[in-house]
Ligand binder design. Structure first.
Ligand SMILES: NC(=O)c1ccc[n+]([C@@H]2O[C@H](COP(=O)([O-])OP(=O)(O)OC[C@H]3O[C@@H](n4cnc5c(N)ncnc54)[C@H](O)[C@@H]3O)[C@@H](O)[C@H]2O)c1
Length: 307
């Protein structure tokens, strides 16, 4: 089965490409390499350096006729979206619309879309469930949610089957430190380079950290799922930044030089998301404990440091 992975040279997308190959499907990657890295894409995989907003994208659909599209390509920085909301919207919303148009025209049998917990905004109750009020508090959250709404309309108007996956904070190997939830990779890099670790706030704030390989598996499960809908992809295990640092300290076997500074405006205090719906309908649940995932991630970054 031919599977087009947009953003397949990125952090999460490159692990999805690996999973797609593992089960014997044929990945095709489109990525403009704005934050992605060509070395993350296996040489045997057809690769197209194309912007998802461009008309050229149609050539890939015409040439390969993919049955499934797994859409990961996006502008992923909340901060960038605050500085440049128009560009954020062009990539995340209009870029997705361009893909949707082609999915309908070329009769794609399933679209899987990478959305974000950012669509919910501030949590009214936790753990967050999919029916929680949607009220983004960033342009990034809004552009991801606008794309969700277009997807839903393409389903209603053209019968395009879809699965929307709302990821919590993804961590793991190959993460770009500028990414949406790069705190784990930022801390690891600061720790192994011995530059001192800076924490905004008192470190008691919690996040729902999900390992990248578990997220890649969720995308595969979503392809097989027959219906259409939105699912949280998360662990429902809030981990405080102080706990993260304690586990990190153990993994690298040396004490960290930690500086606490003022918390940043707009940072949320706590976050956890229920994955009950994904467990029931996608037969998916997170398999990797934070300790194990962090260990694998630390080993990866240690190998990147020149000896
Ligand atoms: N990392 C997280 O914690 C997290 C959380 C929630 C949702 N997400 C979503 O997951 C997806 C993957 O994010 P990631 O963390 O792997 O980030 P990433 O930056 O590593 O991956 C995004 C990829 O898209 C490519 N890209 C960006 N703009 C493009 C364009 N206009 N045309 C073609 N390619 C383009 C980049 O080069 C990159 O390879 C995104 O849709 C993001 O919104 C990520």
């Amino acid at each position: 089965m031919k599977v087009l992975v947009t953003g397949g040279a990125g952090f999460i997308g490159s692990f999805i490409v690996e999973e797609v190959m593992n089960i014997g499907w044929e990945p095709i990657v489109v990525d403009d390499l704005s934050t992605g890295n060509l070395s993350f894409v296996p040489k045997s995989v057809p690769f197209y350096n194309i912007d998802i907003r461009s008309d050229t994208l149609e050539q890939v659909f015409r040439m390969h006729n993919p049955e499934v599209v797994i859409h990961q390509a996006a502008q992923v920085s909340v901060e960038f979206s605050t500085q440049q909301p128009l560009t954020d919207c062009e990539i995340n919303t209009l870029g997705t619309l361009n893909i949707l148009k082609l999915c309908a025209k070329y009769k794609v049998s399933k679209l899987v879309y990478a959305s974000s917990a950012a669509v919910y905004g501030s949590a009214k109750e936790m753990p967050l469930k999919e029916e929680h009020r949607i009220l983004p508090i960033s342009f990034y959250g809004q552009s991801k949610y606008s794309a969700e709404q277009y997807i839903h309309l393409f389903h209603q108007l053209y019968g395009l089957p879809y699965t929307i996956l709302r990821y919590s904070n993804v961590y793991g190997m190959r993460q770009n430190m500028l990414g949406e939830a790069g705190v784990v990779s930022i801390f690891i890099n600061q720790a192994i380079r011995n530059t001192g670790v800076t924490v905004y706030g008192d470190g008691s704030q919690t996040r729902d950290f999900i390992f990248v390989k578990d997220v890649a598996k969720a995308n595969i499960q979503a392809v097989a799922f027959g219906g259409s809908g939105a699912f949280n992809i998360s662990t429902n295990q809030p981990i405080s930044l102080n706990k993260l640092l304690a586990i990190l300290q153990e993994s690298i076997h040396q004490p960290l030089d930690i500086t606490y500074t003022d918390s940043r405006a707009g940072d949320i205090k706590d976050s956890s998301l229920s994955f009950d719906k994904a467990r029931e309908f996608l037969q998916w649940e997170p398999r990797t404990s934070f300790e194990i995932g962090l260990k694998e991630t630390v080993a990866y970054y240690q190998n990147q440091v020149p000896k």
